[in-house]
Every structure is written in structure tokens, then in C-alpha cells.
Ligand binder design. Structure first.
Ligand code: ZN
Length: 304
């Protein structure tokens, strides 16, 4: 930005920053001064399970919190309060380069950086929602390349809108699949209900259950259990948010077994829900499991 023509707001921010931290942004200072142990205290498990931000991290983020909390508009980072919308959102994006993290609207990219730097992770109780497009190979063959790219883009955009609104962590948007994690620390103790209701909203966003034919034929699986959620490294120094173990495997199988417009929810999810919507049941074979699984089947148009 230029040094002339500051708005009142941007001047106020610069003065506040300047008083406590002469570096380019408060985060530059925080990163320099933060020792390894402080980074480790991010408390991934506490954050995901209880929604509690460790006090040491709050202390480090205090200069940002003091400024950012006064800026409009929600949603904002849960750790440093950087706003992501409105005038405040544009200001912090321009001045502090703070934007939503790549996997959740609940953290900014700077706070995500701290988590990723740790390759941190923990076993947490979570509800997983996996969605994938039925017959995507056939669809790709029927469409031109640009048409298919636009279709996938619409699929990602519709899914992201619903998942962000429902406070999910988006684990991945890859190929013809979307995977999201619902944890009590971010969503509240009724996270399984939230996951299922988000799955139904997803189907609605894809056009299932409307008078017109769904524009995206998608099968969704929802499963709940204790699973590893964390940041894992790949060769070359890249890191990626991952959910690992039996729970994601089963969720993926459920998504694969769901017909277009259907949502299959595991018995564990039904048990964990406070209010279970009307559903049918079905028994399916799951690869890697000796026993067939009985699952709840939610059809298009059913609302919780
Ligand atoms: Zn932040």
C-alpha cells in the first residue's frame, strides 16, 4: 500500500502495531520470539476437542487480538481474531497478509502456519463426512475438458460453502471427492448431528431431492469415532492436514456404497446423535471388515 491516503482505520492499526512491534506485522515478531516449546503448546487436541486455545498462544497473539477484535466482520480466526470479511477482512489481508487457512475458516493462515510447523496431531473424537461424485469417469468422458473443470469447480464451491457455514474442517478437496471433519472443539458437543445435517445440506446444494435432476450425482458417507487428526509431512517439506486410521477408511467405504443423492450414516454416528432423522436401514459389505455393516440411509429431501 502507499504511504499516502491512509484511511483512519488503517492509520489506527499501524499505530497500534508500531507501538508494540516495529516489525512489518505483529506476526513477524511473534514468529521470531516464539520458542519451539511454545509452538508445541498449540494444544491441537485441546483445540479440536474442547475448543480451548492454550493460554501461552493467546499471550503471543495478544497484540493481534487487541487490534483485530475491534475490526469488522465475522467470521474470524479463533486464535488471533483476524476478521475474514468486510472492511476488517480486507484490511488484515492487505496489511498483515492474514487470510483464512486452507482448511478451516476458524483459523487464519498465520495460525495454520504454527500448527503445520509442528507436524502436530492427536487422536480426537470426530464425525467425518466424505462425499464423492458417482460416475465421474463417465461424466468426464461426456464433457469437454473445460466443461468438466467448470463442473468440478462448481462442486468444490458448493461443498465449501456448506462446510464452512457448518464450521467443518475441510480435510481435502481432491479429484471428485470432498472430505470434512467435525470436531467438538469447533462445532460443539452435537458434532455428529451437525455432520449429518451438513451432509443433507450438501445433497441439497448438489440438487438432490429437488424437482429438477441433481446437477451433481453424489454419494455421501458419515462415520464417527476416535481418529488421528493432524498435520503430516510429505517428502520435499510439504505438509498436509490428514485424518488417519480406521474411521476415515470406513467413511470412504460408506461414501462409495451410497447411491447418487444418498447419505449413508454408520451405526456409531446414529448412536452418537442427539436427534436422529427418519431413515431406512441397509446392510452393506465393507472391504476389510469381516462382518457386514448395518447403516442408516438418508434419502434426498429428508431434513433434520
Ligand atoms: Zn489467526
Amino acid at each position: 500500500m502507499t504511504t499516502k491516503k491512509h484511511s483512519k482505520d488503517s492509520l489506527a492499526i499501524e499505530n497500534d502495531y508500531g507501538a508494540s512491534a516495529p516489525a512489518r506485522t505483529p506476526w513477524d515478531t511473534a514468529r521470531r520470539t516464539m520458542r519451539h516449546q511454545d509452538l508445541a503448546s498449540l494444544g491441537w487436541q485441546e483445540l479440536l476437542m474442547e475448543g480451548r486455545i492454550p493460554s501461552r498462544l493467546i499471550r503471543r497473539a495478544r497484540p493481534m487480538r487487541a487490534v483485530y477484535r475491534r475490526l469488522p466482520t465475522d467470521p474470524r480466526c479463533r486464535i488471533c481474531f483476524a476478521p475474514f470479511a468486510g472492511t476488517g477482512g480486507r484490511l488484515v489481508a492487505a496489511l498483515a497478509r492474514a487470510t483464512p487457512s486452507s482448511f478451516s475458516m476458524q483459523l487464519c493462515n498465520h495460525c495454520e502456519y504454527l500448527a503445520r510447523g509442528q507436524k502436530t496431531g492427536a487422536d480426537v473424537t470426530a464425525a467425518l463426512v466424505f462425499a464423492d461424485i458417482r460416475g465421474s469417469t463417465r461424466l468426464a468422458n461426456e464433457m469437454s475438458g473445460p466443461e468438466f473443470a467448470r463442473f468440478i469447480d462448481r462442486f468444490y464451491t458448493a461443498a465449501t460453502d456448506v462446510l464452512v457455514r457448518n464450521e467443518a474442517i475441510i480435510e481435502k478437496l481432491v479429484g471428485d471427492q470432498v472430505a470434512a471433519i467435525f470436531v467438538p472443539g469447533l462445532v460443539g458437543e452435537r458434532y455428529p448431528d451437525r455432520a449429518v445435517s451438513a451432509a443433507m445440506e450438501l445433497q441439497e446444494a448438489f440438487g438432490a431431492g429437488t424437482t429438477d435432476e441433481a446437477w451433481a450425482p453424489v454419494g455421501i458417507g458419515v462415520h464417527t469415532g476416535t481418529t488421528f487428526v493432524g498435520v503430516v509431512g510429505t517428502t520435499g517439506g510439504m505438509t498436509e492436514l490428514a485424518v488417519l486410521g480406521d474411521v476415515p477408511n470406513v467413511t470412504a467405504r460408506l461414501a462409495g456404497a451410497a447411491g447418487a443423492g444418498e447419505t449413508l450414516i454408520s451405526e456409531a454416528t446414529i448412536q452418537a446423535m442427539a436427534e436422529v432423522p427418519a431413515h431406512n436401514t441397509r446392510t452393506i459389505e465393507v472391504k476389510g471388515k469381516d462382518e457386514p455393516m448395518t447403516v442408516g440411509v438418508l434419502s434426498p429431501g429428508v431434513r433434520i
